[in-house]
Ligand binder design. Structure first.
Ligand SMILES: O=c1ccn([C@@H]2O[C@H](COP(=O)(O)O)[C@@H](O)[C@H]2O)c(=O)[nH]1
Length: 464
């Protein structure tokens, strides 16, 4: 394996790094242009790049079953690494074929295979993330990416937020150092590039909409309402299963019928951030929200820790969480503060009333207090878990559990009403349905029935 400085000088000689003023795809004027595509015309340099990446891969100590190159530049590099390691290669197509198998991923793999992503350059990390999303949606485990060149524009952080560790051969600052040291560029050019990099740090794209040519992030409340309308669904499936693999499978079967999937992460025996990321990817693809029914009930500082730390790191994946207002408004403040560290909309549902027999929430003053709290923090509180209509406006979504077509309750105090009763008599917008679907013989068919009955009643009664 040659010296890294020698490789940088060779790349400079073949014009993989150019200095001047270059207009980027984004419209920005950049003092550096990096194009590693040229290496395919120089087999020795191509091999040398692959060998250096191979070395980083070895040093990372990551075990893996296959390697996926991001098209196009990283594909020949990935082929060499695969041949050296004698591991199978996968390719994520840029677009799915519109003929034959219509596959997005080429190559053979098994569910739960661990796959390493290989990329030539990382800027924001979005190409690696897109590749990881597609692989995860097929059941592969993605934890690490090896890149040749890191532009140091926050890609590492962006990837970390998506649970991908970045390992790189070279940073832009190191390249600049070698080039200055060997008299290829001046200190001034190097400083100029560093300043450009500092001023152009990237953030992960959020869920955005275009309004009058401006791109804005969609608030969670609006996103929820859009999903309901687009899918004609007000059904939230309460996936109270103890196995996340099973929930992932179920989410693919019923995903098109639901507007939200609710889980209790603390009952899962196989929870991992990788699996929850798979579920999140499916929720994005099939367009439903993820609700963690955590029922937070502690002081602000403790809920901050419960929301962000521990095994579950809920804030990283749950669009919404459920919260008791019992400790007072400090609980909402704590959660809202924590959610600000995440570059995606987050919100909560305050538990105003419960469906179980003899619930202590059956107290007018308590419920009034909950509503006041929701109004005060309406940027973060988007609705209630409730058993009656609590506000006259439509600002807050009323989500009602305890819904079953053929049952009136269980042995432990749960009380059921039908979908129509929940909407008409209990003021529900969203129906939270668990065992009525989970215990049915055909879960997908039953979910469809609840979706249809629920949305029809919602349209008729709410006159939307
Ligand atoms: O008042 C409440 C608040 C939450 N839940 C939750 O909803 C589901 C209901 O499941 P079923 O199988 O439909 O009974 C469950 O996860 C509860 O924790 C509730 O039932 N009542």
């Amino acid at each position: 394996m040659g010296d890294l400085a020698d490789l940088v000088l060779q790349l400079y000689d073949i014009e993989a790094f150019k200095f001047g003023s270059f207009k980027l795809k984004t419209g920005l004027q950049s003092p550096i242009y990096i194009d590693l595509r040229v290496i395919i015309s120089y087999p020795d340099i191509l091999r040398s790049v692959a060998v250096h990446m191979n070395e980083i891969l070895k040093r990372s100590n990551v075990s893996f079953d296959s390697i996926c190159g991001v098209p196009y530049t990283a594909l020949p590099i990935a082929s060499i690494i695969c041949a050296d390691y004698k591991r199978p290669m996968l390719i994520r197509r840029k677009e799915a074929k519109n003929y034959g198998t219509k596959k997005l991923i080429e190559g053979k793999f098994q569910i739960n295979d661990r796959c390493i992503i290989i990329e030539d350059i990382v800027t924001s990390g979005s190409s690696v993330i897109e590749t990881a999303d597609s692989l995860r949606a097929e059941g592969l485990q993605i934890t690490d990416a090896i890149v040749f060149f890191d532009r140091e524009q926050n890609g590492e952080n962006n990837l970390q937020k998506r649970n991908i560790r970045l390992h790189r051969v070279l940073k832009i600052s190191e390249v600049l150092g070698y080039l200055v040291q060997h008299g290829k560029i001046s200190e001034e050019i190097s400083e100029n590039v560093k300043e450009f990099i500092n001023q152009n740090q990237t953030q992960l794209p959020t869920l955005n909409i275009e309004i009058e040519n401006k791109t804005i992030s969609i608030p969670i409340r609006q996103r929820f309402q859009t999903i309901m309308k687009e899918k004609r669904s007000n059904l939230c499936l309460s996936a109270d299963l103890t196995n996340l693999d099973e929930i992932i499978k179920l989410s693919k079967q019923v995903g098109s019928n639901i507007c939200m999937l609710k889980i209790h992460s603390d009952i899962l025996t196989d929870f991992s951030m990788d699996k929850i990321q798979q579920l999140k990817d499916i929720s994005r693809k099939l367009n439903f929200l993820l609700l963690e029914d955590r029922k937070f009930a502690d002081i602000g500082n403790t809920v901050k820790l419960q929301y962000t730390k521990g095994l579950f790191r809920i804030v990283e994946w749950a669009d919404l969480v459920t919260v008791h207002a019992l400790p007072g408004e400090c609980i909402v403040q704590g959660l809202e503060q924590s959610a600000q560290s995440i570059n995606e909309p987050r919100g909560c549902l305050l538990i105003a009333q419960m469906s179980s027999k003899g619930a202590f929430t059956d107290n007018e003053d308590y419920v009034k207090g909950v509503v006041e709290c929701a109004k005060k923090y309406s940027d973060f509180v988007i609705g209630f878990i409730s058993q009656s209509r609590l506000t006259t406006t439509d600002e807050f979504l009323h989500c009602t559990p305890g819904v079953h077509l053929n049952n009136t309750g269980d042995q432990l105090g749960q009380q059921y009403v039908t979908p129509r009763q929940a909407i008409d008599e209990r003021g529900a917008d969203i129906l939270i349905v668990g065992r009525a679907i989970l215990d049915s013989i055909n879960r997908a068919k039953t979910a469809e029935e609840y979706q249809q009955q629920g949305y029809q009643a919602y349209e008729e009664i709410r006159k939307i």
